[in-house]
Design a protein around this ligand. Sequence first.
Ligand SMILES: Cc1ncc(COP(=O)(O)O)c(C=O)c1O
Length: 390
Amino acid sequence: MSTPQDFKQAPHKLLAIPGPIEVSDEVLFANAHPSMSHVSPDFVPVFGDCIRMTREVLYTKDAQPFLIAGSGTLGWDQVAANLVEPGENALVLHSGYFGDSFQDCLETYGAKVDQIKAEIGAAVSQEEIERALKTKKYKVLTFTHVDTSTAVLSNAKAIAETVRRVSPDTLVVLDGVCAVASEEIQIDAWGIDVVISASQKGLGTPPGLSIVVASQKAIKVFESRATPVTSYYASWKKWLPVMKAYEAGSPAYFATPPVNLIYAFHTSLTAITKSSPSLEERFKLHKAAAQRIRDTATELGLKQLPFDPAFAANGMTAIYYPDGIGAPDLLPRLAQKGVVAAGGLHTSIKDKYFRIGHMGVTAVDGQRGDIEKIVNSLRQSLAEAQASKL
Ligand SMILES: Cc1ncc(COP(=O)(O)O)c(C=O)c1O
């Protein structure tokens, strides 16, 4: 196989977990690019384009992308090591498992963290956020836009608005690992300071790339630190000149970028920002796919974790098993029908629910028939699981 048109990935089960997700043949083929030097004149503009297209996905003119080999977790490290100095206060909004992890990471770097915890299935209310911001000065507020353990979608625009109004110096940090490219995020218009993400979910690329985008305000806060950055690999002191150089068209080195993954990311970003459907249409297609899965769950008498559709993510769904059915009854049956779904993750209710991912090509490329396959397999598998208990 030597051209993208010839290339077809091997037959496989449909990966319908909330990341990693299915990637297109074009993206996978791009990942098979011959080995290239990371400082080659052919590679430099590819990296530069990825930086520019990442801005487009997040509706920002001048925020600074950092594309670094690593996973989404490295985004937490970047925030904790570059923007928070030891002893400073951070406020974490908890809408599921990933709020605890972000807190853990911030504390590892010496931050003093307060958490506001929403009940399972809800997001933290604006009133609670306002109250907390009025009682203490926080350097950063973090929230998980879509918590992958609960499928709860937080209202990013409203959170940023509350912070800007009540505590304008507090940096608004959005964990968008499970949201970027499946949920609308407008960095400039909404006043978000940092978005962290990763390649393997809505961005439709294999795992391995940490994607962080920091507003110029966040960069200034970083530049005016009183104490040294508390990480080596995650230090923006090292990475900022590298990102600026690649964007300006010349190579720079701190640590080797994942060259092949950058080619794959470039192909996916080109599809997302330069092709049909447009970015705006993509958000609508994710909403339509989510609605279809949610309607099916409701029709089957299944309850979802988010208890208000206003809190429900568009790139994934979290569904409680019906009484008497558990993961071993349902997930292997789905797999037999060629659909790989995920079990529960939220520690206190882990065995009570399962999760379906519907991001990227699965939601956007109707010709693949992925949503149809998920819905039909869910119907059949549930019927079989219930029949087996009679
Ligand atoms: C919301 C959220 N944040 C952070 C992470 C961590 O990302 P990674 O597993 O790529 O390190 C994940 C992983 O699924 C996630 O869903």
